[in-house]
Design a protein around this ligand. Structure first.
Ligand code: ACO
Length: 330
């Protein structure tokens, strides 16, 4: 009998039904399909229904991942959620998801504020927690409802984002997807370059700030973010390959955070990867923050892009700046 190993045993994703095209954005703000497509690669994104909230998206992805794993909610021992668009400010989205799923009174925790790098960081934590105790099963979710918390009149940010959720279940099985290597880093000196600054202790909400729409404002220097994203995701990818003595050509698939097609192309070029090795779904879903990597992972697997034995690299970058990479063996 093959020995059980700790790893990912189920994958799930969820995207809201409503599709919003670039042409539709051009009716709201001074933009065009040509501008958005040529600068970002995005053609469409999903927008949550008015009655959907973060926990609805998270629940759908979580249930899909549990079903894929052949497990029930009662089997879960912990829940970790990466999100920058939580259900409410306090308590965390994990508490709401636990109740919604009908899980046992298991600990839950959110990883908030890590931007688009959140899921890969949460996966690393989840894997380490699972490895600590035999039989422990952990649900890890990346979820974002960005269209609810952005300024629909700011063309420099609104056209970039979409809503989605992705989830994995970590457990033990003879076919579990192993985590071979991880790396992560933070450059806190760049915290103001990509940020939502209003609403904390430094700038609590006031009537005036709400009227100005500060709570929807995303500070953002696109060019700086672009440069750093290429550098850090490339660097993190090389680090995890080096840790296990593998090369870029050994990778069956790379699942990068989907922020911009040009960023993905630049990473592929810097690592010497072919188009076939890169998973890209940004055209359909835009930038879905911490949901981007787990959604792409679930889709790539469902589409048959990943086979048993394949090496798959995840790499992500986001506000903080935070970055992370993980090397998986299916
Ligand atoms: N439609 C039309 N014109 C626009 C739009 C728009 N939606 N948005 C900005 N512009 C204009 C600007 O106002 C500017 O006009 P100006 O020259 O008259 O001032 C011009 O287009 C160029 O703007 P830039 O910001 O220099 O455009 P750039 O080529 O850098 O592309 C982009 C912007 C796509 C955001 C790019 O910087 C980028 O991809 N950055 C990284 C990705 C990113 O930051 N994603 C956000 C989340 S972060 C993350 O996921 C890691």
């Amino acid at each position: 009998m093959t020995a059980l190993r700790v790893g990912i045993v189920g994958f799930g994703g969820y995207t809201p039904a409503r599709v919003m095209t670039n042409e539709e954005w051009a009716e709201h703000v001074d933009t065009s399909d040509e501008w958005i497509t040529s600068r970002t690669g995005i053609k469409r994104r999903r927008v949550a229904a008015p009655d959907e909230t973060t926990v609805d998206l998270a629940e759908a992805a979580a249930r899909a991942a549990l079903e894929d794993a052949g497990l029930g909610v009662e089997d879960l021992d912990e829940i970790v959620i990466a999100t920058d668009t939580p259900e409410v400010y306090t308590p965390d989205t994990g508490a709401f998801l636990q109740h919604r799923l009908g899980a046992r009174e298991v600990p839950t925790y959110d990883l908030g504020g890590s931007g688009c790098a959140g899921f890969v960081l949460a996966l690393d934590i989840g894997m380490a927690r699972a490895a600590q105790k035999a039989g422990r099963r952990i649900l890890v979710v990346g979820v974002e409802l960005l269209t609810r918390l952005m300024n629909w009149k700011d063309r420099t940010t609104c056209v970039l984002f979409g809503d989605a959720a992705g989830a994995v279940v970590i457990g033990e099985s003879d076919t579990a997807v192993e985590l071979l290597a991880t790396t992560a880093g933070t450059d806190g000196s760049r915290a103001g370059i990509l940020a939502r600054l209003s609403g904390g202790t430094r700038e609590p909400f006031t009537l005036e700030s709400a009227q100005r729409g500060d709570h929807l404002k995303i500070e953002f220097n696109g060019r700086e973010v672009f440069r750093e994203a290429v550098k850090r995701m490339g660097q993190a990818s090389r680090e995890v390959l080096d840790q296990v003595g593998r090369k870029a050509e050994d990778l069956a698939l790379v699942i990068p955070h989907q922020a911009n097609k040009r960023i993905i192309d630049a990473i592929a070029k810097s690592l010497g990867l072919t188009d076939q090795q890169m998973y890209v779904n940004i055209e359909e879903f835009g930038n879905t923050g911490s949901a981007s990597v787990p959604l792409a992972l679930a889709q790539a697997r469902a589409q048959g892009r990943i086979q048993a034995g394949d090496l798959v690299l995840l790499t992500a970058f986001g506000a903080g700046f935070h970055w992370a990479a993980a090397l998986l063996r299916f």
